[in-house]
Design a protein around this ligand. Structure first.
Ligand code: XIL
Length: 476
C-alpha cells in the first residue's frame, strides 16, 4: 500500500523492458495517478547524467519546489523537466491557499502545478496541511475545539481532492521549538494531541499516501529540537499513531550549516521505522562540500528516499541573496551540481523495496566466508551481504523466532573481521562498532510471533568484506 518509493521517469532500457509486459495495460489505467509502484534501483547501471537519473539508480528521487508563477517560465520548466522527478508546491497547497474561507476550497493554483509536474513524469510531495504559519484568516478567530475542528475539516477537504495522487504529504510542519518542546501556536493551544489527531485524520482521508512530519533545524543529532522530534516519532511508532516519514528541511542558509553528525540523525530517525527525506535543501553560496556531504549522508542511509531543493535557480530561491541553489540565475549548473550528481551516482545503498529480487541464485562474488549459523534456542540469526564496494559493504541480518512462543525482545551477537568498523546500523540498536558487536531490537521490532522474522541492516567500512563471524541470537 505504501510502496511509492520510486517511479523513474527515464528508466534504463533493460528495466523498462522487464516492466513493459504486465505494466502496459495497467499503465494506461493509472496514467493519471501519481502513485505508481514501479521501483527499479540498479546500482550496476551506468552513472546518471541528470539529478533524477542519478538518484533513480538507488531507488531515490530528486525533487524541486516551484510556485505557480514558474509555470510561465520556460527556463525553469526546461531544467525541471530534465533534472527532477519529484515536485512540491512552494506556497500553493498551504492552508491559506487551499481554504481561504471556511469550507470554500480553492485548488486552482495547486492543481496547475500538480498537473504540469505529473504530465512531465514527476511524482508529488504535498506541502502542507497543518502549520502555525500561512493559515487561513478565519483560523485566526478560532480557538480550542472550534479550531481543532477547522483543522480536521481542512485536512479532510484537501486530502479528499488529492486522494490517491501524491507520494508524500507533509501533514504537520514545524511544530517544535528550538529547545525540543512544542512550539507555542494556536494549534498547540488546542491540546498537545493536535499532531496525532492530524495524522490519524490524514491516514483515514487517504490511506495511499505516505504521511510525513516536516521541520527545520532537526539535522544536528545533538540539538534539542532534533531530540524533541525524535521522541515524538518514537512515541507515535510505539503507540501506533500513523506516521511514515520525517522531512528534514535542510535549510543550510540563514546562518545554519551542515552538521558533522547529519548521517547519524538520518539513520536514527530511519531506525524508528520511518522514511527520511531532505525536503527543502538550500546551502549558503551553494557550498560544494556541504551539498556533497548532505547528499552522501542521504545515500548512506537506505531509508533516505530522496532530496528536494527549495527552488531550482538562485532566482527561484526564498533566500536568493545567499545564492543557495544548484543552478545560477542564467540556468547554468554550479560546481555544487556536479558534486551532488557524483554523490548520487556513488550511492551504495538502495531504498528498501526498490530492488527487483534476483531471479537466479545470488552472484558468486558475495558468499559469506562462514555459512549462516543456526543456533538452538528461541531465535536464529542469518547474515547476508546486500552489496559491497571497495572500502565497505552493506549487510543484513534476519532474526527469526523458531519457537512456538512469542518473543519479546532479541539480541544478536556477531564479530566483525579485523579492520572492519560499523558505520551505520538501522532497525536495531548496537553496542560496539568493531570486533564483538551486539545488536538488540529497535523499539518497534522486538516482538516476534511464532516463526515470524524481522531484519536489521548495517554499513561497514573496511577493506575486507568478510562476513561477520560467531553469529548468535538470544531472547530477550
Ligand atoms: C516559504 C516560501 O518559500 C516563501 O515563498 C513564503 O513566503 C514563506 O514560506 N519552511 C517551509 C516552507 O516549510 O513552506 C517555507 O516556504 C520555507 C521554510
Amino acid at each position: 500500500m505504501y510502496d511509492v518509493s520510486a517511479r523513474p521517469k527515464h528508466r534504463s532500457r533493460g528495466a523498462a523492458r522487464l516492466l513493459l509486459g504486465g505494466a502496459c495495460a495497467l499503465a494506461v489505467i493509472v496514467a493519471s495517478m501519481a502513485v505508481a509502484t514501479l521501483a527499479q534501483a540498479d546500482l550496476s547501471g551506468p552513472p546518471g547524467t541528470t539529478l533524477q537519473a542519478a538518484a533513480e539508480r538507488s531507488g531515490r528521487y530528486f525533487g524541486a519546489a516551484m510556485g505557480a508563477d514558474r509555470l510561465n517560465d520556460s527556463g525553469f520548466l526546461t531544467i525541471a523537466d530534465r533534472e527532477f522527478d519529484m515536485m512540491t508546491a512552494v506556497n500553493e497547497m498551504k492552508p491559506d491557499a487551499t481554504e481561504p474561507n471556511r469550507g470554500q476550497f480553492d485548488f486552482r493554483a495547486g492543481d496547475a502545478i500538480y498537473n504540469w509536474a505529473t504530465q512531465h513524469g514527476m511524482r508529488f510531495r504535498g506541502h502542507t496541511l497543518a502549520w502555525h504559519a500561512q493559515q487561513p484568516r478565519f483560523w485566526g478567530s478560532l480557538s480550542g475545539s472550534a479550531l481543532r475542528t477547522a483543522m480536521i475539516d481542512h485536512i479532510n477537504g484537501v486530502m479528499a481532492h488529492y486522494k490517491g495522487k501524491f507520494a508524500y504529504w507533509d501533514v504537520v510542519n514545524e511544530a517544535f521549538a528550538e529547545n525540543g518542546s512544542r512550539r507555542s501556536s494556536n494549534l498547540q493551544s488546542t491540546g498537545n494531541d493536535w499532531i496525532e489527531v492530524a495524522f490519524r485524520t490524514a491516514r483515514a482521508a487517504d490511506p495511499s499516501v505516505k504521511l510525513c512530519y516536516n521541520d527545520y533545524n532537526i539535522e544536528n543529532w545533538s540539538y534539542g529540537k532534533t531530540q524533541g522530534v525524535y521522541n515524538m516519532i518514537r512515541d507515535f511508532k510505539n503507540r501506533g499513531v500513523p506516521i511514515d516519514c520525517v522531512g528534514l528541511q535542510t535549510h543550510f542558509t540563514g546562518g545554519s550549516s551542515l552538521p558533522g553528525n547529519f548521517q547519524q540523525t538520518l539513520s536514527s530517525f530511519a531506525a524508528l521505522g520511518v522514511d527520511v527525506a531532505l525536503t527543502e535543501a538550500d546551502v549558503t553560496n551553494a557550498s560544494t562540500s556541504q551539498y556533497q556531504g548532505l547528499t552522501q549522508a542521504c545515500m548512506n542511509v537506505p531509508r533516505c528516499v530522496g532530496i528536494t531543493t527549495w527552488g531550482i535557480r538562485d532566482s527561484d530561491s526564498w533566500r536568493g541573496n545567499e545564492s543557495p541553489l544548484l543552478f545560477d540565475r542564467n540556468s547554468n549548473p554550479k560546481a555544487a551540481y556536479t558534486a551532488v550528481l557524483n554523490a548520487l551516482n556513488a550511492a551504495s545503498t538502495t531504498v528498501p523495496g526498490t530492488t527487483t529480487p534476483p531471479t537466479t541464485t545470488p552472484p558468486t562474488t558475495t558468499p559469506p566466508t562462514t555459512p549462516p549459523t543456526e543456533q538452538p534456542g528461541a531465535c536464529t540469526a542469518t547474515y547476508r551481504m546486500v552489496n559491497s564496494w571497495g572500502g565497505g559493504f552493506q549487510g543484513e541480518v534476519s532474526v527469526t523466532n523458531n519457537g512456538s512462543a512469542t518473543l519479546s525482545g532479541w539480541t544478536v551477537r556477531l564479530t566483525l573481521a579485523g579492520g572492519q568498523t560499523l558505520a551505520n546500523l538501522w532497525s536495531g540498536i548496537n553496542t560496539g562498532t568493531s570486533g564483538a558487536v551486539s545488536v538488540r531490537n529497535a523499539e518497534y521490532n522486538g516482538t516476534l510471533g511464532a516463526n515470524a522474522s524481522t531484519t536489521f541492516g548495517f554499513l561497514v567500512n573496511g577493506s575486507s568484506d568478510a562476513a561477520p563471524g560467531g553469529l548468535s541470537c538470544t531472547s530477550p
